[in-house]
Design a protein around this ligand. Structure first.
Ligand code: KG4
Ligand code: ZN
Length: 351
């Protein structure tokens, strides 16, 4: 992987190991404050869970245990670095699956203790929303972040690292969850978002009509449960033909895209901010990117995305966030006192 140019000047060169184990990806990365991302290793458990139609927490934890040390070795080899070169170890402390988080937290804390370096607990969503900073044209503060993953759909105002104000969020299902559930209704396994999107590319929106819940509401909240139910109602007890399935998928995707674009525009108008950062797995959706780019051209705002491989869970976003927090001297807990927080509001973290 080509090294990415320096993103921020620090007091001294730092090398941070990032560990992500909040759900079904074991993500490891090494971020150097002068040289950028110099090592990455990732193992996705998608195949392991697909047969069950969703993530099985106990199986996820056990697989993280199996993979984590070999992946750390791989990332160090790619970076041509040794454990003794590390300045700190950053790990995802939440939100996520408790057992899965504990694997990363305990490995990070044990390594940090052994090496005599800090262990830095990182909020998973902070990692996601800072991931576009690893792109060639990083956004500058302040920006509005649209976080769209399998578990979260939120709009945040980001004034600086560590200062996050919740502007609006989903009242029920997350956008990725709605994609996955609609995909399941159309016969796809877990996670169905990318498969539904591929099917939609061959269909025509408007052949079926689906609602745009809360599109016109005065606030910046979202709701996707009704849209998901509407898909189920349209299918009813019929067996859809291949082209009908594609049309229904296309209408569903268009509804989600219109809602996400509409609410993002409203958040930018409300805050007066002209930069939008899109992060989380659904940020990989191509029609969403196209519609946001078009809205940005029309509304004269800039849209920033992580690279496609950094949209979904990865260690790079955790290593980068840890490096920024360390370089800025932001407080974090002692390595001996690690904890994980399966439920954790991003807006509640303080600098
Ligand atoms: O951020 P992420 O990797 O994991 C969570 O923290 O949840 O997001 C995973 C979600 C899944 O719901 C998946 O179906 C969805 O992102 N996703 C997509 C696409 N790629 C991933 N949804 C729609 N279109 C895509 N291309
Ligand atoms: Zn995620």
């Amino acid at each position: 992987m080509p090294p990415i140019s320096p993103i921020f000047p620090g007091p001294a060169s730092l090398l941070v190991l990032g560990i992500e184990t909040s759900c079904d990806e074991t993500g490891i990365a090494l971020y150097h404050t002068d040289r950028g991302l110099i090592g990455q290793a990732l193992h996705s458990q998608v195949d392991l869970h697909a047969v069950y139609g969703g993530v099985v927490p106990e199986m996820a934890s056990r697989d993280h245990v199996r993979r984590i040390i070999p992946l750390i070795r791989n990332a160090l080899t790619e970076a041509n670095a040794n454990l003794s070169d590390l300045s700190a170890i950053a790990y995802t402390a939440g939100p996520g699956l408790a057992g899965a988080l504990l694997v990363g937290a305990s490995v990070a804390s044990a390594m940090a203790m052994g090496l005599g370096v800090p262990a830095i607990p990182i909020h998973h969503l902070e990692g996601h929303l800072l991931s576009p900073m690893l792109s060639a044209t990083p956004p500058t503060f302040p920006f509005v972040a649209l976080l769209v993953s399998g578990g979260h759909t939120q709009l945040m105002r980001v004034t600086q690292i560590g200062t996050y104000e919740l502007l609006g969020e989903t009242l029920d299902d997350a956008a990725g969850e709605a994609f996955d559930k609609a995909a399941q209704m159309l016969g796809f396994g877990y996670p169905g978002g990318p498969a539904l999107s591929a099917l939609a590319s061959g269909g025509t929106p408007g052949q079926f009509t689906l609602p745009r819940p809360m599109m016109k509401s005065a606030n910046l909240d979202f709701s996707f449960a009704g849209l998901k139910t509407a898909v189920l109602t349209r299918i009813g007890d019929r067996t859809l033909s291949a082209s009908e399935k594609a049309d229904l998928a296309a209408e569903f995707e268009q509804a989600v895209v219109e809602i996400l674009v509409g609410k993002s525009r409203a958040a930018l108008a409300k805050t007066g901010i002209r930069d939008l950062v899109v992060a989380g797995g659904v940020g990989a959706n191509r029609p969403l990117r196209k519609a946001l780019d078009q809205a940005g051209t029309e509304g004269r705002f800039n849209v920033h995305y992580p690279t496609l491989e950094l949209c979904t869970d990865n260690g790079a976003m955790i290593a980068y966030t840890g490096a920024r927090r360390l370089a800025q001297g932001l407080p974090f807990r002692n390595a001996l006192a690690f904890e994980v927080r399966p439920r954790w509001d991003l807006a509640s973290i303080t600098t």
